[in-house]
Design a protein around this ligand. Structure first.
Ligand SMILES: [Zn+2]
Ligand SMILES: [Zn+2]
Length: 302
């Protein structure tokens, strides 16, 4: 009993890490295989990330979707920290709250959700009773007011810059629909161009963060994917995705921010769930329903 008490007292006095970041942006590039991003030897499809961003942050080379490798399930794993079977056409809400809702509840500030794919509007809400229809982020997804349909990434990019320019959303979740859409169209050149184009949007977003007084030096940036695509020679190859092949599961994570290591390659195996746990740890709010683990290897002090 006495030891127990001493332990509790010692815990309450242990110093809480002080982080510089108090904002976080998660960018999901929809559906590239690792073999065309960081796994491509010359990294020629992601020149900005490979040549510039790599020096400023950490690249996780063993990052995985270990759940269902479709779009809504992949994004749900990232936002809630749980793998679950969920409709991929946007007809179901996630079971558990996302980091967007937990952040709003605990910190009392608004989060934002900006997605090319309208069906991803479901990420803003959940079925869990104490969160359902509460702590909802500002949502701007898809083509119309109901948030259905897909819109061009160029429109989403404009919406992202508009949202950031308001300087009142410390937490943002973003989806670019390419290269996934060109992949499904069996358009190899379009698929590669989609990867390159999102690399350009990422540069512009990063430049905005670094020069905006509200975001600069206080923002963590996570860039990742919802899923990859089938390996060549497996089923219909790069055209589709959705199973457990390594092409579908192996994705990337890049992390940048004032508390993260620079010019660092991490080979620690990690998965989508760990983004929510790391983001909540960094920003200092609790996310008890996330099954993720804090990726301590990203941090300068760990
Ligand atoms: Zn997808
Ligand atoms: Zn596959």
């Amino acid at each position: 009993m006495l030891f127990h008490l001493i332990f509790i007292i010692a815990l309450s006095f242990s110093p809480k890490p002080e982080y510089k970041a108090n904002k976080a942006i998660v960018i999901v590039v929809d559906g590239p295989r690792y073999s065309e991003t960081w796994g491509e030897p010359s990294k020629k499809h992601i020149p900005y990330m490979a040549n510039e961003l790599a020096k400023e942050g950490t690249v996780c080379t063993k990052f995985y979707n270990n759940g269902v490798t479709f779009t809504v399930p992949g994004h749900t794993a990232i936002t809630t920290g749980n793998y679950q079977k969920i409709s991929n056409i946007g007809f179901q809400l996630p079971k558990l709250p996302s980091f967007l809702q937990y952040y709003e509840k605990e910190k009392g500030q608004k989060a934002a959700l900006v997605c090319s794919k309208g069906k991803l509007g479901v990420l803003g809400n959940c079925k869990e009773k104490s969160f359902k229809n509460k702590f909802l982020p500002v949502s701007n997804c898809g083509t119309n007011e109901e948030g259905r349909g897909y819109r061009n990434d160029s429109i989403t990019f404009i919406r992202i810059i508009e949202t950031l320019s308001e300087e009142k959303y410390p937490v943002l979740m973003i989806n670019f629909k390419e290269p996934d859409v060109s992949g499904h169209a069996n358009n190899w050149d379009g698929y590669l161009k989609g990867i390159q184009k999102t690399d350009e949007y990422i540069k512009k977003i990063k430049d905005f963060i670094d020069t905006n007084a509200y975001y600069k030096e206080t923002t963590a940036l996570f860039i990742t994917n919802d899923h990859g695509r089938h390996l060549d020679g497996h089923k219909d190859g790069f055209r589709s995705h959705g199973d457990n092949c390594d092409g579908c599961k192996h994705i990337f994570l890049y992390a940048y921010g004032p508390d993260f290591k620079q010019n660092f390659i991490s080979e620690t195996p990690r998965e989508q769930l760990d983004i929510s746990a790391t983001l909540a740890h960094l920003l200092g709010f609790s996310m008890p329903t996330s099954n993720g683990k804090v990726m301590r290897e990203l941090f300068i002090e760990n």
